[in-house]
Design a protein around this ligand. Structure first.
Ligand SMILES: [Zn+2]
Length: 293
């Protein structure tokens, strides 16, 4: 069997397995953070919680999942969306996260190297053409998984854990240094610094004028991370798109009375949605429109 024949399967399996782990992160990270803040309500349960322990179990009957029940997506289909033990329904978000993540990994593994290659940036891709150009594919696959988890955690809890945003900044700089992100290292550095400072200055100005906190510090680190991967040129369209999207969703939620009391609409999912849209080809359109290459 040639490497070309197994290549798509490698990315499909990688996406399913990492997607399964993302579900654990999305579910447990906010509980672990709440325990760190000694939130009394969560404390007793969450104290011993880590990403690895205890084993995955049904949230209703707490029966641990068997090896077969841990198989991503397929077990959901096989069990027709219900716990194999107590028959309570399993939330649709578990297979949704796994499928989204797998689609992204497949796109990165099969289409991305060819997609990145024509971008006439200095410091072009290092590596061989075609399927052996695994560096950019792996780098962007992991990026996608990290931002998918961040978007979901932020939406659920309005937290953007440092444990994810900070490695994403460093990862962007390393990937640029290796020629894997398609971005020259100076641009990745500029993107990270400008990403952080732009939101930080807006938030500090807002706080200074109104005396209220308008944005969480996690948003600065997230935009630093996105800047390290997408470059400084895309920061302005990224923030603009995210603001418009966030405003629209906020208006709809308010009209339907679904706005959560005293909690801001998290900005992270919109920043991430805009970054994914840019990576999927909107960046190419913007660069053409601006005459930047
Ligand atoms: Zn159960």
């Amino acid at each position: 069997m040639t490497i070309e024949a197994v290549w798509p399967w490698l990315w499909a399996v990688g996406g399913l397995l990492s997607g399964s782990f993302l579900n654990v992160m999305i579910h447990r990270w906010p509980l672990m953070l709440a325990a760190d803040l000694e939130d009394a309500e969560h404390e007793a349960h969450a104290r011993q919680l880590t990403l690895a322990c205890p084993r995955s179990h049904c949230p209703h009957c707490h029966a641990p999942l068997t090896v077969l029940q841990l198989i991503p997506v397929l077990s959901f289909v096989w069990l027709r969306g219900r716990c194999g033990h107590c028959r309570q329904p399993i939330a649709w978000r578990y297979p949704a996260v796994e499928l989204l993540n797998t689609a992204w990994w497949l796109w990165c593994g099969l289409a991305l190297p060819a997609w990145l290659a024509p971008i006439p940036l200095p410091g072009a891709m290092v590596g061989l053409p075609g399927v052996h150009n695994w560096g950019p594919s792996l780098a962007w696959s992991l990026w996608g998984s990290a931002v998918l988890a961040l978007a979901w955690i932020d939406w659920d809890s309005t937290w953007l854990p440092d444990g994810l945003t900070q490695p994403l900044v460093w990862g962007g700089l390393v990937a640029a240094g290796l020629g894997w992100s398609g971005l020259p290292l100076p641009q990745a550095l500029a993107g990270a610094v400008l990403g952080y400072l732009s939101l930080w200055s807006v938030a500090t100005g807002f706080e200074w004028v109104t005396g209220q906190e308008g944005m969480g510090g996690g948003d600065f680190k997230l935009l630093a991370a996105l800047g390290a991967w997408c470059g400084p040129m895309l920061l302005i369209p990224l923030v603009l798109m995210a603001s418009v999207l966030g405003l629209l969703v906020g208006v709809v939620l308010r009209a339907r009375g679904q706005l959560r009391d005293g909690r801001y609409i998290p900005f992270g999912p919109f920043l991430i949605g805009a970054a994914v849209a840019l990576r999927l080809g909107l960046d190419r359109l913007i660069q053409t429109a601006w005459g930047v290459s």
